[in-house]
Design a protein around this ligand. Structure first.
Ligand code: AMP
Length: 285
C-alpha cells in the first residue's frame, strides 16, 4: 500500500491506477478505523479494480465546541488494517495540504444539509460536502463508498453529486454493528462501561419502531412520539433528535412505509451517538 501525503502524488498514482479503463473505488474516512470502515473497503475491493482510502480528520466539519482536538487518531493501526485489506493507496494529507492559506471556497447544501445532524451541528455538512468534493476532484474515482450509519451524510452527498454533476457512483453500505446491536463508531471508544450499556437503547428503540411498523402502524407522529419517549426516559441518555423522514430529502413524512428513514442522535455522557434504520431494509450485523 502506498501512503501518499500530497495531492500531486495522488493525481499521478490514480492516473496510473485508472489506465486502460480500470475502475477506482474511493473510501473516505477520518481514521480510528473499525470493522464498519473495513466493510466499505471490502465492498470497494469486490467491485473496483483498485481501491484508495483516505484518512483526514477534517477540521471544517467540526464545530468550535466539538471534539476535533480529542478525535481518536490511531494512524499506525489504521495503516496495518488497510494494508491487510489490500488497499492500493492511502491518502493521509496534512491540514495545510487540503486547506492551504487563503482557501475560501465551500460547498453549501442549505436545505438537506440543514436537517437532522445539520440542524444540531450548524456548518457540519458544509465541511463534509467541501472535503468530499475536494476528494472527488483529487481522485476522480469511479465509485465512492459511504456507510448507511451516517444516513444524513449520504443524503447530503447524493444531493451534491446530483447538483454539481460529479461523475461518481455513490455506493452506500449497511451499518455494521457490535454483537449487542450498538452501531460501530470511532466515538464508541469514548464511552465508559456504564455508558456503553446505556447506549444500547438507541438500537433497541429503532428496532421497536421497525417491529411496530411491521405490525401495521403507519402514523409517523405516533411512532415518533413513542421513539422520543423511549429515548427521553432512558437513564444516562440525552436525546438530540428522533425523526422519521424521507431518506433522500430528510423531510418529515406523515405515512411510514418501506424506504423511510428512522434516525436518532443522542448524547450518552459527553459522547454524541447517531443511529438509524430504513424501514424494510436489512442491515449488516
Ligand atoms: P468516519 O471515519 O466516521 O468519517 O466514517 C467514514 C465512513 O465510514 C463513512 O462513510 C461512514 O458512514 C462509514 N461508517 C462509519 N461507521 C460505520 C458503520 N458502523 N457501518 C458502516 N459504515 C460506517
Amino acid at each position: 500500500m502506498e501512503i501518499l501525503r500530497t495531492i500531486d502524488e495522488v493525481r499521478r498514482t490514480c492516473n496510473a491506477l485508472k489506465r486502460g479503463d480500470r475502475t477506482l473505488g474511493l473510501v473516505p474516512t477520518m481514521g480510528a478505523l473499525h470493522v464498519g470502515h473495513l466493510s466499505l473497503v471490502r465492498a470497494a475491493k469486490a467491485s473496483c479494480d483498485a481501491v484508495a482510502a483516505t484518512i483526514f480528520v477534517n477540521p471544517t466539519q467540526f464545530g468550535p465546541n466539538e471534539d476535533f482536538a480529542a478525535y481518536p487518531r490511531t494512524f499506525e493501526q489504521d495503516c496495518a488494517m488497510l494494508e491487510r485489506e489490500g488497499v492500493d493507496v492511502l491518502f493521509a494529507p496534512a491540514r495545510e495540504e487540503m486547506y492551504p492559506a487563503g482557501a475560501e471556497t465551500f460547498v453549501d447544501i442549505p436545505m438537506v444539509g440543514g436537517r437532522l445532524d445539520g440542524a444540531s451541528r450548524p456548518g457540519h455538512f458544509r465541511g463534509v460536502a467541501t472535503v468530499v468534493a475536494k476528494l472527488f476532484n483529487i481522485f476522480q474515482p469511479t465509485c465512492a463508498f459511504f456507510g448507511q450509519k451516517d444516513a444524513a451524510q449520504v443524503a447530503v452527498l447524493r444531493t451534491m453529486v446530483r447538483d454539481l454533476n460529479f461523475d461518481v457512483e455513490m455506493v452506500v453500505c449497511p451499518t455494521v454493528r457490535e454483537v449487542d446491536g450498538l452501531a460501530m463508531s470511532s466515538r464508541n471508544r469514548y464511552l465508559s462501561a456504564e455508558e456503553r450499556e446505556q447506549a444500547l437503547v438507541l438500537e433497541r428503540a429503532l428496532r421497536r419502531v421497525e417491529r411496530v411498523v411491521a405490525e401495521g402502524e403507519r402514523d409517523s407522529d405516533r411512532l415518533r412520539g413513542e421513539l422520543r419517549r423511549e429515548l427521553e426516559d432512558a437513564a444516562g441518555v440525552r436525546l438530540d433528535y428522533a425523526e422519521i423522514v424521507d431518506a433522500r430529502s430528510l423531510e418529515p413524512v406523515s405515512d411510514v412505509g418501506d424506504g423511510v428513514l428512522v434516525a436518532v442522535a443522542a448524547w450518552v455522557g459527553k459522547t454524541r451517538l447517531i443511529d438509524n434504520v430504513v424501514i424494510g431494509a436489512e442491515d449488516a450485523r
